[in-house]
Design a protein around this ligand. Structure first.
Ligand code: UT7
Length: 335
């Protein structure tokens, strides 16, 4: 068995900053409510007319990650692409990335696990590397939320939370078994699928039926979230996933050097930080600047923390996420 290690990281966010005050001009909301409930001050939304899409942002982040890994596109053996907002209903973003980066005809897998998408994607890549099948896997999380949000009062409890962006990691084979991904832990509980969902279009709500109904009050195109219910589950599941990772590796919370929680809500991150008695230096949050970018959030935060020098050689780094599905999980690694 080989080990797998992140050798390159990159992220990209659109340049268009949307502040809470900007949102208060579109819907009945305000900076105080958004900051108090979520910690978010601003987010990036793709501007109309921009070339950016989910796949384009994924490609921009990937180019940075591949270069930082000291590799070229031809060294990449496989792509895992996580998103809930692909450019097309099908095919998924993985093949677009293969084309945009002008890569060899390597395999491309799409992961549909929403907020925990990057954790799932990284775990899949880890297995391919540990078995010896691939040497370098490109793992991407990218989201274009802004195009699909309800920007009227009706959507305010969801719309103010989400942002656009992408992050990418190159996961590479290493024979040093003291470094890299120690373990990953994945979970789901589908009975709560409807607590955080976009129902249409789908086979149940297929396009001809939607067109025939021509119902402008149809909310099924927009994300629905039972916020309080999701929040309560999130704090429990985040903690469980972290504990599972620590126990598997005979580690304690005091061993954590850096926790990167999915950026769902600053209050969730703070709850988890308090539960594990971590200091501000041991947890990295950037939801204030970027909002919740779902599958991109963990990888954007990890990249930014690394760029700021907050992750050092030999650090124990814990990634954890929870979201729609419900799905949740963690990845424990030695940097
Ligand atoms: O990333 C995937 C996982 N997602 C999560 O983990 C998110 C979990 N949930 C949350 O983060 C929080 O539940 C929210 C931030 C979504 C909402 O915060 P909350 O404290 O649970 O608020 P609430 O939904 O209970 O709403 C409180 C009040 C309501 O008014 P009334 O009924 O008390 O009069 C809402 O109508 O706030 C109102 N409200 C708003 N007011 C101003 C809802 N959205 C807004 C808004 N601006 N944008």
């Amino acid at each position: 068995m080989y080990n797998s290690k992140i050798t390159g990281l990159g992220y990209y966010v659109p340049e268009n900053v949307v502040t809470n005050d900007d949102l208060s001009k579109m819907m009945d909301t305000n900076d105080e409510w958004i900051q108090e409930r979520t910690g978010i001050k601003e987010r990036r939304w793709i501007k109309e007319g921009s070339e950016d899409t989910t796949a384009v942002m994924g490609a921009k982040a990937s180019r940075i990650a591949i270069e930082r890994a000291g590799l070229t596109k031809d060294d990449i053996d496989f792509i895992v692409f996580a998103t809930l907002s692909p450019d097309y209903y099908f095919p998924g973003g993985g093949v677009q990335l293969q084309d945009m980066l002008d890569m060899r005809t390597v395999g491309a897998l799409d992961v549909r696990n929403q907020c925990s998408g990057f954790i799932y994607a990284l775990s899949v890549a880890d297995q391919f590397i540990k078995t010896g099948m691939y040497k370098n896997v490109l793992v991407v999380g990218a989201e274009h939320h802004s195009g699909g949000l309800d920007k009227t009062n009706r959507g305010r409890s969801v719309t103010v939370i989400f942002g656009d962006g992408a992050g990418a990691a190159v996961l590479s084979r290493t024979e040093d078994n003291t470094k890299g991904i120690l373990s990953s832990h994945l979970y789901s509980e589908g009975k709560h699928a409807k607590e955080l969902i976009v129902e249409s279009p789908s086979i149940k709500h297929w396009v001809p039926a939607l067109i025939a109904a021509n119902d402008e009050n149809d909310e099924s195109y927009y994300p629905y979230m039972n916020g309080t219910f999701v929040f309560k589950h999130a704090v429990v599941r985040f903690s469980e996933a972290i504990i599972a990772g620590l126990e598997k590796n005979n580690l304690q919370a005091t061993d954590i050097n850096m926790l990167i929680p999915h950026q769902a809500n600053l209050r969730i991150s703070q709850f988890v930080q308090k539960k594990f008695k971590l200091t501000d230096d041991q947890v990295y949050n950037n939801i204030m600047k970027f909002g919740n970018t779902t599958a991109a959030s963990v990888i954007i935060a990890l990249t930014e923390a690394w760029e700021l020098g907050k992750i050092k050689d030999n650090d124990l780094v814990v990634l954890a996420a929870f979201g729609s599905g419900f799905t949740w999980g963690s990845v424990i690694m030695r940097w």
